[in-house]
Design a protein around this ligand. Structure first.
Ligand code: PAF
Length: 294
């Protein structure tokens, strides 16, 4: 049976039990999938990949206050622990010896907000960092704590939060965190909408208009395949986002280097990531896609 633990002593005991078992046939003894709950098929894809890579899987469920700005949706962020546990135990995803760690803020931050934090540096200041100051610092701080608490061989993150994934990779490299980071492709609904816990906020009309994000990625990819320059590719993406069936406001559309998140120079060639953030109604959505500049 999957163990649900809510405090660090119970977590340490559950991991100790895993460590005493003989090594199984996987590449890693333990994989961790960190989430803020409100699980959907995108999270389940992370768990499924974790299952393939490790003997045991730890899923963490924690809505981390440090990564929400003062005007953001911390209080109304969807929370459904029972529903999450039902999803995780369905489909044979988690099994005997696997662990769900669902701490409260008091467990994670027993002395209140941590004084010492991780800073994402430059990658935390551009794009998402520009619109959500301190967000990636808050993410990295909790991710590093969860890495220490769960001691995984491999940690899996979704490619939908591409800047977060790049920042985590950079932290692991810069601070010599002894584990492997694996990125898992974006899961989309059949109509192209990237899955996100925040999609639950969308009305029917907003959800229809939210499809312009994936349509904009497709338009940009066609422009890139036709050999368009970076400004033409961006213009193709923005035209879809700001057209009749578009978003209510566009935070950014940018072509970036996939690991540094610096915007690509005009005339650059090779792989790039188109990253988008926009509001549809009151909901802020992000999406991204890889393309090749020729
Ligand atoms: O991607 C998320 O859900 C969160 O940012 C994470 C990685 C669980 C840290 O709180």
């Amino acid at each position: 049976m999957t163990r649900l633990v809510a405090d660090t002593a119970a977590l340490a005991a559950a991991l100790g039990a895993q460590d005493e078992e003989p090594v199984g046939g996987h590449q890693h003894r333990r994989a961790v999938v960190m989430t803020m709950g409100a699980l959907h098929a995108g999270h389940l894809a992370l768990v499924r990949r974790a299952r393939e890579l490790a003997d045991h899987v730890v899923v963490t469920i924690f809505v981390n206050p440090l990564q929400f700005g003062p005007a953001e949706d911390l209080d109304r962020y969807p929370r459904d622990l029972e529903g999450d546990l039902a999803l995780l135990s369905g489909d044979g995803l988690l099994g005997d010896g696997d662990v769900v760690f669902a701490p409260t803020p008091a467990v994670m931050y027993p002395e209140g907000d941590p004084v010492v934090r991780v800073t994402a540096g430059r990658i935390g200041e551009v794009l998402e960092g520009g619109f959500r100051p301190g967000h990636l610092d808050g993410v990295l701080t909790v991710v590093l704590k969860l890495m220490h608490l769960t001691r995984p061989g491999v940690a899996l993150f979704g490619q939908k939060d591409a800047q977060q994934l790049a920042a985590v990779r950079r932290m692991v490299r810069d601070l010599d965190v002894p584990l492997t980071v694996v990125g898992v492709p974006i899961v989309r609904d059949s109509d192209g909408l990237a899955l996100s816990s925040r999609n639950a906020y969308l009305t029917a009309d907003e959800r229809r208009r939210a499809l312009c994000l994936s349509r904009s990625l497709a338009a940009a990819r066609s422009a890139a395949d036709e050999g368009g320059a970076s400004d033409q590719i961006l213009a193709a993406a923005v035209a879809v986002l700001t057209g009749a069936e578009g978003v209510d406001s566009l935070d950014y559309a940018a072509l970036v280097d996939p690991s540094s998140f610096e915007e690509v120079a005009p005339g650059a060639t090779g792989p790039a990531l188109l990253v988008l953030a926009a509001r549809v109604g009151a909901t802020r959505l992000i999406d991204n896609g890889e393309l090749t500049l020729r």
